[in-house]
Design a protein around this ligand. Structure first.
Ligand code: PMP
Length: 407
């Protein structure tokens, strides 16, 4: 393994010292949510202890301090994904809310009966259901680009779906169920060649890959804070300024207006137009702290280290008789989804928990992926920058023990 400072990183995450059922915690459920470093926990605690007040409206000192920290976090997000302007960073509750926002504002304004929205066969429910709802409301049609048995997008089939009725391509950057990393650069170029905007669901990609929205040239990019070592209940919608300017607001209320009268209200400029009501102030600050923390390590170093973890885990898993890896894309992030002969994934999860190992068993909010493989669920070990090769050894020993116990 490289000289990635994993021991130092682990020491920054207090929960990793927990014992679960008298065993050291082996936390491999990072694709559901990542744990939080002291820097994030302390930033939230510090805000509430020293700087907290409602933002934007106040002239008093605490309100100014709170506003400054909130807006500084927006700046950190902007820099982290290299957006051109802070106006392009909208705080939302998470990736789910961001997709719903796009569907109900951009979608309602631009997508009509007979128009088409293209997604892929490996989407999370949050990048399926909001589009189905929009289709029900408008009479638009959802088109699904297929994948192959490795869990890779069949690119030619995707391209063939693009036509003069396509109004949006909405694609997962990295699949949370399979780990597949989609060829988003090609997808965006192909869609743009036909004048079609592209939304990337970056909820799973953002903790694993360096993301540059200007280099990608995506029109929207969405992600959640909790998968980026930040708090839950906070997420980001990036949109190109011109698109956001043209979109109607999502929710109405305080903070998103310029003027209000009973006859007519006018709306605030970006980004506030899309941030109605008192936001999740402390968790925005916490997300900013997570980004500072990650910048201190470097996304490229994290990606390299996680690639080593995945390669090691894959190699070990391939040697286990009766284990089948689900999702073997050539371009893949640090996720190992698998099934075992004769042992249901939920039993795998429960039995590994008795060894202190946290994995996830289920459909991972991607039921169509399970249908594709004709399985009810997978067991999923998902790795983060604080995991180690030794933890993978513990996982593999646990799996082998299970297989022996079940005969
Ligand atoms: N898309 C993907 C690929 C995800 O992995 C997730 C979270 N598991 C989501 C969307 C939804 O994120 P959230 O539940 O945080 O809104």
């Amino acid at each position: 393994m490289t000289n990635f400072p994993v021991a130092d990183i682990r020491a920054d995450f207090p929960i990793l010292a927990e014992k679960i059922r008298n065993k050291p915690l082996v936390y491999l459920d990072n694709a559901a949510s990542c744990q939080k470093p002291n820097a994030v926990i302390d930033s939230i605690s510090h805000l509430y202890r020293h700087d907290y007040a409602n933002i934007h409206r106040g002239v008093h000192t605490l309100s100014v301090r709170s506003t400054d920290k909130f807006e500084a976090a927006r700046g950190k997000v902007r820099a982290f994904i290299n957006a051109a302007s802070h106006k392009e960073i909208i705080f939302v509750r998470g990736a789910t809310e961001a997709v719903n926002l796009i569907a109900q504002t951009f979608g309602r304004a631009n997508i009509k009966a007979g128009d088409e929205i293209v997604i892929t066969a490996m989407e999370h429910h949050s990048n399926i259901v909001p589009w189905q709802m929009l289709c029900e409301q408008t009479g638009a049609v959802l088109r699904v680009a297929p994948m192959n048995v490795q869990g890779e997008l069949i690119y030619e089939a995707f391209e063939a779906l693009l036509n003069d009725k396509t109004r949006l391509v909405a694609v997962v950057h990295m699949s949370n169920a399979l780990g597949t990393i989609n060829p988003v650069q090609n997808i965006i170029a192909a869609a743009h060649a036909k004048g079609i905007p592209v939304m990337l669901d970056g909820a799973q990609a953002i903790p694993h890959l360096a993301v540059d929205v200007q280099a990608l040239d995506c029109d929207f990019y969405v992600f959640s804070g909790h998968k980026l070592y930040g708090p839950s209940g906070i997420g980001v919608l990036y949109g190109k300024q011109a698109l956001l300017e043209a979109m109607p607001p999502y929710q109405g209320g305080g903070d998103m207006i310029k003027t209000v009268s009973f006859e007519k209200s006018t709306y605030a400029g970006l980004p506030h137009k899309f941030e109605a009501g008192t936001p999740n102030i402390a968790d925005v600050v916490g997300l900013g702290a997570a980004i500072d923390y990650l910048n201190g390590i470097g996304m490229a170093a994290i990606a390299d280290y996680e690639a080593e973890l995945l390669a090691y885990a894959t190699e070990q898993a391939q040697q286990i008789n009766g284990l089948r890896i689900i999702g073997e894309a050539a371009e893949k992030g640090a996720i190992l989804s698998f099934v075992l002969d004769r042992i249901h994934p939920h039993d795998i999860g429960t039995m590994l928990d008795s060894l202190g190992i946290a994995i996830r068993a289920g459909h991972h909010c991607a039921m169509p992926v399970m249908d594709f493989y004709q399985i009810p669920a997978t067991a999923r070990a998902s790795f983060a920058m604080y995991n180690t090769k030794e933890e993978i050894d513990v996982l593999m020993a646990g799996i082998k023990g299970l297989i022996e116990a079940f005969g």
